[in-house]
Design a protein around this ligand. Structure first.
Ligand code: ASP
Length: 890
């Protein structure tokens, strides 16, 4: 490098020797290999020599590894004290000392780097407006506004800022203010020291950070993106804003194919007229001096370009002011400063002008204007985006209107590009098996093996097919890895199911009966909904339960029946005993005889039983007790009978009604109140999340009861839930989404939906956050809705295919089935009647036979004869009188 230095310095010396009057400038280089800078300085020095009476005489000061003291000594002793300096250019790690020398000796200094400290330094001076220090890097607050406008226009819900050093945060302060959204907080990460950024990228991958503002030096950008690609962080759903104004000079050839959306800003347009001119002129100069003067893209890196521009500005000022100073700057002493005031005059001139980039010889980062404190306050930034052929200008930002971007690429152009892009894309669609949304297709011929999309059919597939027709893309259906919809595990901090596949970039779209929920909405994007529904209760109808003939017994428990029977017997015996003891119940058998010889008691056991029976049956009895004790007992028994009979009657009515209508579950509240019917829902779906997160006390109660139920009331899919409802015959209700309930009710007429919807929600197509396809897909869904296509597809899969439409009619007719009681409910009473009649018949026969025996014995005729006689008499209805038996004594 020393050789290179030597070569260039030699060239300058030759120039000076040739053309007299040198303008002494110091250029600080902190990178000795910066050949481009040498070239630019050389170029400008030579060109200046051609058309000016002055000759630029650069004194190159290599400041790399120099501490402040050495730097001060070098500038003061080696340069200022010997040849003097008109202006200082370039950058140094110890800029403070350079600023201090410039200020003390009133030497104009041009800075070409981001330096927020300039403000602090200038404002600490007594007269800040007399500063001779200029910073050509855009003023940092304005630059922050440009970044903020860009981020604002990106419409990001959340983003991650990756910064390299603390100065970056100053540049990004406006950006930090943008997101006030607590749900989507901005993440701030610092680049790791060294080149290995993998731990940082891994973390970002886990957190699904898609929108990234990368604020680092240009030499780190490509390495970072290459490492990001290892973790798939450079796919088409990733968005990067590179804040480095030099990012556009890098080689993105390897990055373009990854597909990430990369946007950056630049101050210098490499296609501008000046640059084109310079490239040509470089070549000319090369030919002229027979040297390699090829202009490379790095030649237009900001640092180099800003040195070029500061030289342009300085020389313009120098010449415009026609300074009458000696062409050779006076040697100066840093210790005893003697400001010549020239620096101040040059500075004033520079502050008064705007340096336009309209002329070929104008500044290449122009227009340039400084405020009185030396800050660059007037500039234009180009917003450029990476496309297949390199960077393309998409918008301009002007410091005069800092909140807005002026777009260059029209909406129409973007639309056309998108349409072209989408036709070339094969969408990976992930779904899960669940009728009627997606089912395995049946092969037309036996043994035929289906492949690709032909393996499946269903509502979801038809929707995607229709969207693909509208937008003209192709798609490939695959099944989700774990057959889950997508729920978040707060312990493992990860998603499963379809949501997980989207987050892992395994799919571009996810479709099934996938509910749009708030939680999922934070992880993935959803299209416009294609179906609206709500949670409801799936229950089985009262399907021909085994008839209980003795249902009339149910109002009282078996115990009560037994107690009643016992009470009946005991009371009858008690009346019998009491009646025997009670004098009033011993009566004159012949009331006409005032002095009977004996008294009679009618209260035989038979009559006692008859009395108690008559009263409990509410029929009364033709004989009644007369004794106080017996009347008391009878009164108590009647009271008992009254209560028991009334309770029985009341309960019987309710009971028979219940029997007829089945369990009285009409809504979720009814379910929550009872414990006989178990109820559950799909595990890990939106339905269980609804109950888990509900603030409504009934649903909280239901959730608690579902959680503790044994065996578990949760099912891994809707199909199993439906099977359980059917098999458990009104002992299990399944909380399911109404759309699927409708589907099941079309096919199984024993199922009913109980009550209305507990909530309202929608199914949507999930896709990665920021998916560029969301708007187009949503539009297609809307179109299908307007054209009734969604409705037709629903009719097809719900009512027509695979057994649909079976139960619609029956449903209505059976709904208000007659309110009468059927034989099923009261048949038992007939059975009792028949049973009683049978018993009565047997008793009648027994009594008859007993009488036959008696007649046979008493009349001394044969039993057969007696039987026939008695039978004849009994069936002869004309005979109403019967002779009294006369004992045959012979
Ligand atoms: N459709 C629901 C989901 O997306 C499944 C359910 O919970 O019923 O999770």
């Amino acid at each position: 490098m020393i050789i290179v230095d030597f070569v260039y310095l030699l060239v300058f010396v030759i120039n000076v020797a040739k053309c007299g009057k040198p303008i002494e400038i110091a250029i600080l280089l902190d990178n000795e290999t910066d050949q481009d800078l040498y070239k630019v300085i050389d170029y400008i020095a030579r060109r200046h020599q051609v058309d000016s009476k002055y000759v630029l005489t650069p004194q190159i000061i290599n400041v790399k590894d120099m501490d402040s003291l050495r730097l001060e000594q070098t500038i003061c002793n080696n340069h200022l004290a010997q040849r003097g300096i008109h202006a200082i250019f370039g950058s140094s790690p110890n800029n403070d000392i350079v600023q201090s020398i410039s200020r003390n000796l009133e030497i104009v200094q041009f800075q070409n780097f981001f330096n927020p400290d300039i403000e602090r330094d200038v404002f600490s001076q007594e007269k800040p407006e007399e500063t001779t220090i200029f910073n050509l890097y855009p003023e940092f607050k304005l630059f922050a506004k440009a970044l903020a406008a860009l981020v604002n226009d990106m419409d990001w819900r959340t983003y991650t800022i990756i910064y390299e050093d603390d100065n970056s945060l100053i540049r990004l302060q406006e950006v930090l203010k943008i997101s006030q959204n607590d749900d989507f907080p901005v993440k701030i990460r610092k680049l790791l020291p060294g080149d290995d950024q993998r731990p940082l990228l891994k973390e970002m991958k886990l957190k699904s950070e898609l929108n990234i503002i990368l604020d680092c030096s240009p030499d780190k950008i490509i390495g970072f993106l290459q490492q990001a690609s290892i973790y798939n962080l450079t796919g088409e759903y990733y968005n990067y804003i590179l804040t480095s104004l030099d990012a556009h000079t890098l080689d993105f050839a390897d990055i373009i194919d990854y597909g990430a959306n990369i946007t950056t800003l630049r101050l210098i347009d490499p296609n501008s007229e000046q640059i084109k001119y310079m490239v040509k002129d470089f070549k000319l100069m090369g030919d002229q001096y027979n040297e390699d003067f090829k202009a490379t893209s790095s030649l237009f890196q900001l640092k180099t370009a800003l040195i070029y521009d500061s030289l342009v500005i300085f020389l313009t000022a120098f010449e415009q002011l026609s300074l009458r100073h000696p062409p050779v700057a006076l040697p100066q002493n840093c210790k005893i400063p003697e400001p010549s005031k020239d620096g101040f005059r040059i500075a004033e001139y520079i502050k008064s002008k705007t340096f336009e980039n309209e002329t070929i010889h104008g500044p290449i980062s122009g227009p340039i204007r400084f405020d009185k404190f030396g800050r660059r306050i007037n500039f234009k930034l180009e917003i450029i985006e990476l496309i297949k052929d390199g960077f393309r200008l998409s918008a301009n930002w002007f410091s005069e209107n800092p909140k807005k971007l002026e777009y260059v690429v029209s909406e129409e152009e973007r639309k056309q590009e998108f349409e072209k892009h989408i036709t070339q894309k094969v969408f990976r669609v992930v779904s899960r098996i669940g009728a009627p949304y997606l089912m395995y297709a049946k092969p037309a011929k036996k043994g035929q093996i289906l492949e690709g999309n032909a393996r499946f059919e269903g509502f979801s597939m038809d929707i995607i097919d229709e969207i693909a027709n509208i937008l003209n893309f192709t798609y490939q259906f695959e099944l989700v890895h774990d057959n889950n919809y997508g729920s978040y595990d707060p312990v493992k901090k990860e998603w499963n199911g379809l949501v997980r596949d989207i987050l892992d970039w395994k799919a571009d779209l996810a479709i099934c009966d996938l509910t749009i929920t708030y939680e999922r909405g934070k992880a993935v994007d959803f299209s416009m909904p294609f179906m609206t529904l709500g949670i409801s209760i799936l229950f089985s109808k009262d399907t021909k339960q085994p008839t209980n003939l003795f249902a009339f017994m149910k109002p009282l428990s078996l115990d009560i029946w037994l107690y009643m029977a016992t009470a009946f017997v005991v009371m009858s015996i008690l009346i019998y005993v009491a009646a025997r003891l009670a004098p009033q119940d011993w009566e004159n058998p012949h009331p006409c005889d005032p002095h009977p010889k004996e008294l009679e008691n009618i209260w035989s056991l038979k009559n006692c039983f008859w009395l108690t029976m008559g009263s409990i049956m509410a029929q009364g009895c033709d004989i009644l007790p007369k004794g106080v004790s017996t009347r008391t007992i009878a009164g108590m028994w009647w009271f008992f009978s009254l209560i028991i009979t009334s309770s029985y009657t009341a309960n019987l009515a309710a009971f028979l009604t219940n029997e007829r209508l089945g369990p009285t579950i009409e809504n979720a509240e009814d379910l929550a109140k009872q414990s006989e019917i178990k109820y559950g829902c799909l595990q890990g779906g939106a339905t269980s999340t609804f109950f888990r997160d509900s603030n409504f006390s009934t649903y909280q109660k239901m959730w608690r009861s579902m959680q503790i139920a044994q065996p578990s009331v949760f099912e891994s899919n809707n199909k199993d839930g439906v099977k359980r409802v059917i098999s458990s015959k009104q002992k299990y209700a399944f909380l399911m989404e109404s759309s699927t309930i409708e589907y099941e009710m079309e096919r199984n007429c024993d199922l009913i939906q109980v009550g209305g919807w507990l909530d309202t929600k929608n199914y949507g197509i999930a896709m990665p956050m920021n998916s560029p396809y969301n708007a187009a897909i949503s539009r297609a869904v809307l179109k299908m809705q307007e054209e009734q296509k969604l409705h037709k597809l629903k009719e097809k899969w719900w009512k027509e295919m695979y057994g649909g439409g079976q139960c619609g009619q029956e449903e209505t007719s059976s709904d208000d089935s007659a309110a009468e009681l059927g034989i099923d409910h009261v048949g038992g009473v007939f059975v009792v009647l028949l049973g009683g009649l049978g018993i009565a018949l047997i008793i009648a026969i027994a009594e008859f036979l007993w009488n036959v025996r008696k007649v046979s014995v008493e009349t001394q005729i044969s039993p057969k004869e007696a039987f026939l006689n008695e039978l004849k008499f009994a069936v002869d209805v004309s005979k109403r009188k019967k002779a009294v038996l006369k004992r045959n004594n012979s």
